[in-house]
Design a protein around this ligand. Structure first.
Ligand SMILES: Cc1cc2nc3c(=O)[nH]c(=O)nc-3n(C[C@H](O)[C@H](O)[C@H](O)COP(=O)(O)OP(=O)(O)OC[C@H]3O[C@@H](n4cnc5c(N)ncnc54)[C@H](O)[C@@H]3O)c2cc1C
Length: 329
């Protein structure tokens, strides 16, 4: 017989958005549970974080450990299993986990992030954070005064990444398989044209990542020679091929998806179109700035929304004090 527990709130995820929402919800004294198989999310695997205020330069894994420790202090239970199914069941949400257990929750916060599109080349995972990156906004400054960096992709993120990296590295190679860049904003193309130290390699793919486990990535082999060679020596490679929000559970719950971005649509209080269900972090269309700080901020806001909802839930009315007004600290 699988374990069934009741809760005010189930939080799906163990990344920045999930831990921030857990911290706030626990401080509102909600009866909550966190569920996710993997600790830390993208922050934990992203290498050095230099832009999270107050921590100085910190390894992403260590930063997420700090998030978790603060939540653990409040004795929030963590179930190390992913959500596989979520449905509305009467006035509750029935949330099934991969390990067979079930949580019947009055409210749900989804903070399950996105799946980065990868090149699926050998060593890509091992060298992530050691020469391979998926986020130029985050890691470009690490390439200050470096000789060369590569960017793979042809859309807005790739072009923006190349332009940003060109402020730091001596030479930037933008590698794209198409015959022309994939509909980047015209203004970006203009800036790219004027950025002399970006070399655009079209109809070219990355055939192989070069390097070693000790040094990390040191270069790439191309499918088509460029300036007489098919090998580029690089200090780093940014894979900007896009990311797909994890929509399985949102779709099961009938959440509205933003047709332009494929992200879960939320309002400024992280509410979805389904009362009692909130979403936070990279999964959502709450902001274009997908960062640890914005994920944490959205997590905190979603906790307030879930708290307000639960306090006004029919099963709670009469049992608790006045609901907290939005914006209360
Ligand atoms: C290489 C890299 C470097 C980065 N560097 C920086 C940086 O320097 N500074 C910065 O601010 N940001 C950086 N970012 C961005 C930052 O990591 C993300 O914006 C942030 O992690 C988003 O947090 P999140 O909680 O929304 O999602 P995530 O961190 O992706 O967490 C999602 C969580 O959900 C879990 N999950 C997935 N599916 C399920 C399921 N079915 N059920 C339950 N749980 C599930 C995952 O295991 C994970 O725990 C970087 C990102 C990358 C990829």
């Amino acid at each position: 017989m699988s374990e069934v527990r009741e809760a005010d709130l189930l939080i799906a995820g163990q990344g920045a958005a999930a831990f921030a929402s857990a911290l706030y919800a626990a401080r509102y004294q909600m009866d909550l549970v966190i569920a996710a198989e993997q600790f830390g999310g993208e922050t934990a695997i992203g290498g050095m974080i230099e832009n999270y205020p107050g921590t100085g330069d910190i390894d992403g894994f260590e930063l997420m450990m700090k998030f978790k420790e603060q939540v653990d202090k409040l004795e929030v239970p963590t179930l190390n299993s992913n959500v596989v199914k979520a449905t509305k069941d009467g006035d509750r949400f029935r949330v099934e986990l991969e390990d067979g257990s079930v949580v019947n929750a009055l409210s749900v916060i989804l903070a399950v992030g996105r799946e980065r599109r990868k090149l699926e080349l050998p060593h890509e995972d091992e060298w992530t954070g050691n020469g391979v990156s998926y986020c130029s906004t985050c890691d470009a400054p690490l390439y200050r005064n470096k000789k060369s960096a590569g960017v793979v992709g042809g859309g807005n993120a790739a072009v923006e990444g190349a332009i940003l990296l060109a402020k730091y590295a001596e030479t930037v190679y933008l590698v794209y398989r198409g015959a022309k860049l994939f509909r980047p904003e015209p203004i970006l193309l203009k800036v790219l044209d004027k950025t002399d130290n970006v070399k655009v390699l079209l109809e070219t793919e990355v055939a192989e990542l070069l390097g070693s486990d000790e040094a990390g990535l040191t270069g790439i082999r191309l499918t088509k020679p460029f300036e007489g060679t098919d090998e580029l020596t690089l200090d780093g490679l940014f894979i900007e091929a896009g990311a797909d929000p994890r929509l399985d559970v949102p779709n099961q719950l009938g959440l509205e998806i933003n047709p332009d971005t494929d992200e879960v649509h939320v309002d400024r209080m992280q509410k979805t179109n389904v009362p009692g269900v909130y979403a936070a972090g990279d999964l959502t269309d709450g902001t274009d700035l997908k960062q640890t700080i914005t994920a944490a901020s959205q997590g905190a806001i979603s906790a307030l929304s879930a708290y307000t909802y639960v306090m006004e839930h029919p099963s709670k009315l009469g049992e608790e004090a006045e609901p907290v007004a939005a914006g209360a600290d």
